[in-house]
Write a protein that binds this ligand. Structure first.
Ligand code: FES
Ligand SMILES: [Fe+2]
Length: 470
């Protein structure tokens, strides 16, 4: 308790205390056999204040409206993956609140995004959430049509529209940028370029991951009964692991996870696996950690003897097992990949509504969008991005499985049941949290200085946009 007491006594600056007498994430990673790259080995924490976070942001419909007016209209958002629209004419409709955009491949190496609305009397040209292939975008009402490059193709009875200059009736566009296989859109013509918005440090991290060489192996969507920000924040810290996911704690260094912030729009945690939770110190042996280790298709691990040699750590054995397992499962060469990248959870928030995970064991993307007209509900999507196999044959992009609110994540095809259980645990708390915030006498959330820094950093970004700044 020495450093906590010191912080309370004012001897340590706020935010500097860490779980006492435990190795840090960097200490754990520094002992690995296959060394981690620079983006893993860096730290970027900053104390951002300790005042409560006001809860009107989660329960006030006016706040949600201000988000639509000032936040969603001005931020870069992950609309789809490039493999969703591989051929010229392929399109994907990205919806956010009342806004809707047709993202389409116009040329082999050119993607554009149009406001999804007819320039005659406003009908949507494609249904929300739809995707497919088009040779033209034709309105289902009176049949006006546009070429896939957005130029007007046909105005029915154009003799009746002498006031319409068809050369000017091109579909209005939003900005598009492509990065690491992701297609981003931004409604704000004055927003900074995506690389500037994300910042140079994160761009360097992303460059190392080569997510452009992945494909969507599994895609699941579910409506969650809580505000979109609350839903995101359920995944921003490992502080909840010991209470919410007790089955994980014996092999997760939860309370000594590392938290970092990068500029205004990106933050992360690194949570190490193969290391016992500090909360369970003395209760679980290294051998226990290896013995209870199962992930994915357990049969791939075979019946190999798991007895640890003298001095061998559970973490090292798990890294070695994971390397073999994932090489076989994905037909890829992981010999140059560090133990940390194989084992650990690297969770990055890309403001406003995307999480990217860099590791091999949890190669995920999360996307969170408010349900239109209901600020208490969120569309939560989980995508697993697997490396493209060595033979270069890229499997089909997975179709999205839509779960209804009562279904378990374990029911989704392609979802590892153990991981589905974790997502169920995460999301089952959210109904109670949303309703508890509304029922509470207390009008603010009280956050830990270190372990909940991502929540504060994220909400400060929300405030900058909603307050009209940014
Ligand atoms: S509303 Fe689209 S053609 Fe009339
Ligand atoms: Fe969790």
């Amino acid at each position: 308790m020495a450093n906590q007491a010191a912080e309370r006594a004012g001897q340590l600056p706020p935010g500097e205390a860490r779980y006492p007498d435990e190795p840090s994430t960097q200490d754990i990673i520094s002992r690995d056999k296959v060394a981690a790259p620079g983006w893993v080995r860096s730290e970027s924490y900053q104390f951002l204040g300790d005042e409560d976070i006001s809860t009107d942001r989660y329960k006030d419909p006016d706040f949600a409206q201000r988000e639509y007016d000032h936040l969603w209209t001005r931020t870069w958002q992950f609309a789809c993956r490039e493999e969703n629209i591989p051929e010229v004419g392929d399109y994907y409709v990205y919806d956010i609140g009342r806004h809707s955009f047709i993202v389409t491949r116009v040329e082999d190496d050119k993607i554009q995004a149009y406001y999804n609305a007819c320039l005659h009397r406003g009908t949507m040209l494609r249904a929300p959430g739809s995707e497919g292939y088009a040779t033209e975008f034709k309105c289902p009402f009176h049949g006006w049509s546009w070429n896939i490059d957005g130029t007007n193709k046909n105005v029915l009875c154009d003799w009746d529209f002498p006031h319409v200059d068809r050369d000017k009736f091109t579909l209005p566009q939003v900005r598009v940028e492509r990065l690491a296989g992701f297609v981003f859109i931004n409604m704000d013509q004055d927003a900074p370029p995506l690389a500037e918005y994300l910042g140079p440090e994160f761009m360097a991290h992303l460059d190392a991951w080569k997510l452009e060489n992945r494909y969507v192996h599994c895609h699941v969507s579910k409506v969650i009964p809580a505000n979109w920000k609350l839903t995101m924040e359920a995944f921003m810290e490992a502080y909840h692991v010991i209470e919410t996911h007790p089955q994980v704690a014996p092999s997760n260094a939860d309370a000594n996870s590392q938290y970092d912030i990068y500029g205004e729009h990106v933050n992360r945690f690194i949570s190490s696996l193969g290391v016992v939770s500090p909360h369970l110190k003395g209760q679980v042996t290294e051998q226990d950690v290896v013995d209870q280790f199962t992930v994915g298709d357990a049969s791939i691990l075979g019946d190999a003897d798991r007895t640890l040699a003298e001095g061998e750590t559970a973490r090292q054995r798990m890294a070695d097992m994971m390397r073999v397992m994932f090489e076989q499962a994905t037909n890829s060469d992981l010999s140059g990949v560090s133990d940390s990248e194989l084992l650990d959870c690297f969770s990055y928030t890309v403001f406003p509504n995307t999480f990217l995970f860099a590791g091999i064991s949890l190669p995920m993307v999360y996307r969170f969008r408010p349900v239109p007209d209901d600020h208490r509900k969120t569309i939560y999507e989980v995508l697993f991005l697997r490396p493209v196999p060595l033979d270069g044959e890229c499997p089909e992009t997975a179709e999205c499985v839509h779960l209804d609110e009562s279904q378990s994540f374990t029911e989704a095809e392609g979802m590892d049941p153990g991981f589905g259980e974790i997502l169920d645990q995460d999301t089952e708390n959210l109904f109670l949290q949303q309703r508890g915030i509304e029922a509470s006498a207390k009008q603010g959330l009280t956050l830990g200085n270190y372990q909940e820094i991502r929540v504060r950093h994220f909400e400060q970004a929300v405030d900058r946009y909603v307050g009209g700044g940014a």
